[in-house]
Design a protein. Structure first.
Length: 126
């Protein structure tokens, strides 16, 4: 995959996650991943392997969250990888919360994410 294809895949990933998270559209988000993708949320958690495990994790992470305002920055791309910062302002179990983080994604020749890794932190705004 050349840099331009990776840039397009990374921008599609960011745009789809931004819209999908805003609307809790797990199906749109999971379509970004290869069947055998591996996702790690935070450095010391066990990875989620395969689309179903990743979808289950995403559904779980949306539980209790309402009215999210989601923004993803322009991806920083190198070879077949991208780093993308994100920020989410929401009500988490009725408490105003901000989540800020970064996802690092590797893409295959079809533009699907094969490996993703998140680093994030939350802050209570209330």
């Amino acid at each position: 995959m050349n840099a331009m294809d990776t840039r397009a895949a990374a921008q599609r990933f960011a745009d789809t996650w931004q819209h999908g998270w805003t609307h809790h559209d797990v199906d749109a988000i999971i379509a970004l991943y290869s069947d055998d993708a591996v996702h790690t949320s935070m450095p010391f958690r066990a990875p989620h392997t395969g689309k179903q495990a990743i979808a289950d994790y995403i559904r779980w992470s949306f539980t209790g969250e309402s009215d999210p305002h989601v923004t993803f920055a322009t991806p920083i791309v190198d070879a077949d990888q991208a780093a993308i910062e994100f920020r989410v302002h929401s009500l988490d179990n009725a408490t105003p919360t901000t989540l800020a983080g970064c996802v690092i994604a590797r893409f295959n020749a079809d533009g699907l994410a094969t490996h993703t890794r998140d680093y994030w932190h939350t802050s209570q705004n209330g």
